[in-house]
Design a protein around this ligand. Sequence first.
Ligand code: AMP
Ligand code: GLY
Length: 425
Amino acid sequence: MNILLLGSGGREHALAWKIAASPLTDRLWCAPGNAGIAQEADCVPVDIADHAAVIAFCRDNAVDLVVVGPEAPLVAGLVDNLAGAGIKAFGPSRGAARLEGSKGFTKALCRASHIPTAAYEVFSAAEPAKAYVRARGAPIVVKADGLAAGKGVVVAETVAQAEAAIDQMLSGALGAAGESVVVEEFLTGEEASFFVLCDGENALPLASAQDHKRAYDHDVGPNTGGMGAYSPAPVMTPEITARTMDEIIRPTLKAMAAMGSPYKGVLFAGLMITAEGPKLIEYNVRFGDPECQVLMLRLMSDLVPALVATCDGQLADFDLRWFPQSAITVVLAAKGYPGAYQKGSVIEGLRAAMEVDDVEIFHAGTAERDGQVVAVGGRVLNICAIARTLVEARAQAYAAVAEIRWPGGFCRTDIGARGLVRRTP
Ligand code: AMP
Ligand code: GLY
């Protein structure tokens, strides 16, 4: 098969690594890719926001399957346009991508289908939103309705903070994403990332993972796209997983099919495991980044048949095998991330880091210049390891981190610590 992968992050490097390893793959391209993906695929400078350009590339190169990494092209309807051109693509349609594209849409679906989630109301004017906040009290959570590149959620500790967030979002600071806001109950518990492949009707659960969203050790500092992850997540016991499938995932798929937008692709449920059981924080319509990196390390089966079965509505009797080991990824980010950061600094020691046993390195914001790897993004490298236990995987990943010489970067030193507290094997 000829496969075109879209995206340029660590998630896409992990997908490229797994797709390139498949005996079914004849050719693999990635648009736009990065310096690490270039080891697995031919990186091509196709603008993935230009749907006509993507379709033309597929026609010129006899592409059999397009795999969409990030959410923006999905929400923009790329998969619909590819389907219209007769090209198979892994990922949800525009209508199904509303599960990530509009928080108000997802909350209404939860309410109608009795899916456990935080109590909420939606507002498009500031005064009623603030009155609701005052009535409910803090802590409370304010979210912009649309895609806001990670800047659309404020977990407010005080009523004043929530009011300021409402003013900021509804004032147009986030553009169309902030035309309305969801104000919701603050949930307490442990977060987990849960992934399922869905073919429009059937759902196949993937392995669980846990992300570390805050920038600095001990979960302090600003929220980021994710500073590290590990899999499996011990909080996702078989009982919690079964409840998540029955109470959250299956009712969602049923509701999406009933409204004429059957969900096809990978569905990522951000969960809070509360004292009453799993509750949905949010959906994403793509693999998590960096969760994808640990999932791909643990996936024993070939990924490509699973992607095709998802597109073709053939997941009913499909099964995937997983390595029982623990996988971890530590994100190296540019100093300043998630705020302003510098680009262009040189990263050394990658070769030595890759030689550490059990280690795999996936690139995110890197480029190659004059034979050197330079940092060009906020999250830059994913130092991953897979080993018999989380303790061992963690030790190997941090041993590889120690080989890397990059004064412009930083990482958290406590990735996986929560999993260890829970005494995973
Ligand atoms: P999101 O960008 O939607 O993933 O939200 C960022 C983070 O905000 C989540 O990972 C949670 O840690 C936190 N969060 C979002 N909604 C809630 C909620 N209702 N209760 C508690 N924490 C939340
Ligand atoms: N790591 C969380 C996300 O991909 O949204």
